[in-house]
Design a protein around this ligand. Structure first.
Ligand SMILES: C[S@@+](CC[C@H](N)C(=O)[O-])C[C@H]1O[C@@H](n2cnc3c(N)ncnc32)[C@H](O)[C@@H]1O
Length: 324
C-alpha cells in the first residue's frame, strides 16, 4: 500500500478526505485474488519484470516511450517482450518500451491529438481519468504537465498492464486504480479536470454518469467527455435493442444536440463540441498485440456505414464543459 501514499496525501490536500480514507480498503478488496482467476498469475508476472533504468522517457510522443532499445541486452529484451505478451490483449496505446513497439488495437494517440488543443492546459492540475483502460492517456496527461493523474478502471487486466508500464517507467505521480466510477464517493469536488472517454455509452443511466462526473470536479473545473453519438437533431437518441457492434453493454447513443442538452440539464456551463469523427478500421484494428476480432469484423461487410446489426457505424464526439 505504501506506493499509494502520495496519492492519499494529494486526495487529502484536495479535501477529498472521504475517498482518501476509503481507498486503502477498496484496494485490498479489488486486489483480492479470489476476485479474478488470473490476478495472482499477473501479479507474479509483474514481480518478475526486471527493474530497469530507462535512459530516456518521452510521454509526449504518439507511442509513450520508456527506455531505448540499446538500454537492454538482447536476451533481457526478449524476456521482457515475452512477459508483456502474456498480458494480451493490449487495447490502448501505442507504447515503445525499451524498443519493444506495442502496437495496440487502438491508435489512442489519434484521440489525444483530436482533443489536446481544445482543453484547458493541464499544467499543475489534478486530473481524473474515468474508465482509463490501461492508462495510455494518463501518461499523455502527465506528459502535458499535470500535477497528478488518477485513473480508474474496473478491468483488472488493464490495471495490470498499467502496473507493468509504471514499473518500467519508475515512480511517477500517475495511478490507475481497479475501481468503477460507482466506487468513488459522492461529493468530492476535488479535481481540476475530469476525463470520461468511451464510458458514457456503457452506463445504463447517462444522466447519472454526467452528474457523477460533475460532482468530481472543483467549481469551474473542466469536463472532457468523449462518447459515441449518432447523426440527428435535439431529442434523438439510439438505444440499441440488443448488441451494438457486437458489444453487449452499450446503452444510450445521443445526437450531439441531445448530448449538449443533457449537459445543460446537469448544470454544466460553457459547453463546446470540439470534434466529431467516424472511427475507422485504421484507428481500431487487430494487431500482433490484440489478436481478437476488431472493428472491421463488427461492421456490415457490404456497407461500412453500418454495424453488423444494421445500426449507424461508430462515430465519436468530444465535448468540453465546465462545472458551475
Ligand atoms: C472504450 S474503453 C475507453 C478507454 C479510454 N478511456 C479511451 O478513451 O481510450 C471504456 C473503458 O471504461 C471502463 N469502464 C466500464 N465501466 C466503467 C465504470 N463503471 N467506471 C469506470 N470505468 C468503466 C472499461 O473497463 C473500459 O476500459
Amino acid at each position: 500500500m505504501t506506493e499509494y501514499q502520495p496519492l492519499i496525501k494529494v486526495l487529502h490536500e484536495a479535501k477529498a478526505d472521504a475517498w482518501a480514507e476509503l481507498l486503502p480498503k477498496q484496494l485490498v478488496s479489488a486486489f483480492d485474488a479470489d476476485k479474478h482467476g488470473h490476478l495472482e498469475e499477473w501479479q507474479t508476472l509483474i514481480e518478475q519484470l526486471p527493474v530497469l533504468t530507462p535512459s530516456q522517457r518521452n510521454l509526449n510522443a504518439d507511442a509513450v516511450q520508456i527506455g531505448r532499445s540499446d538500454d537492454l541486452a538482447d536476451e533481457t529484451k526478449k524476456q521482457l517482450e515475452h512477459y508483456l505478451k502474456k498480458l494480451h490483449p493490449w487495447r490502448k496505446g501505442p507504447y515503445d518500451l525499451f524498443g519493444i513497439k506495442i502496437d495496440t488495437e487502438w491508435r489512442s494517440d489519434w484521440k489525444w491529438d483530436r482533443l489536446k488543443d481544445h482543453i484547458a492546459p493541464l499544467q499543475h492540475r489534478l486530473v481524473f481519468d474515468v474508465g482509463c483502460g490501461n492508462g495510455y492517456h494518463c501518461w499523455r496527461m502527465l506528459g502535458a504537465g499535470a500535477k497528478m493523474v488518477v485513473g480508474i478502471d474496473p478491468t483488472l487486466l488493464s490495471v495490470m498492464q498499467f502496473t507493468a508500464v509504471k514499473k518500467l517507467h519508475g515512480e511517477a505521480p500517475v495511478y490507475v486504480l481497479p475501481l468503477g466510477i460507482e466506487d468513488v464517493p459522492y461529493g468530492l469536488k476535488a479535481f481540476d479536470t475530469v476525463f470520461s472517454m468511451g464510458v458514457l455509452y456503457h452506463r445504463r443511466s447517462p444522466i447519472d454518469h454526467l452528474l457523477e462526473l460533475r460532482d468530481c470536479l472543483q467549481a469551474g473545473g473542466e469536463l472532457v467527455l468523449e462518447t459515441l453519438v449518432i447523426d440527428g437533431g435535439l431529442g434523438e437518441v439510439l438505444l440499441p435493442e440488443d448488441r451494438y457492434a457486437k458489444m453487449r453493454n452499450v446503452w444510450f447513443l445521443p445526437s450531439c444536440d441531445t448530448l449538449i442538452s443533457w449537459l445543460k440539464r446537469c448544470g454544466f456551463k460553457n459547453i463546446r463540441l470540439v470534434d466529431v469523427t467516424t472511427t475507422t478500421v485504421e484507428e481500431q484494428r487487430s494487431t500482433e498485440w490484440m489478436r481478437f476480432h476488431s472493428l472491421k469484423d463488427f461492421l456490415d461487410a457490404e456497407d461500412p456505414r453500418l454495424t453488423c446489426e444494421g445500426l449507424p457505424a461508430p462515430k465519436r464526439a468530444i465535448i468540453t464543459a465546465n462545472s458551475a
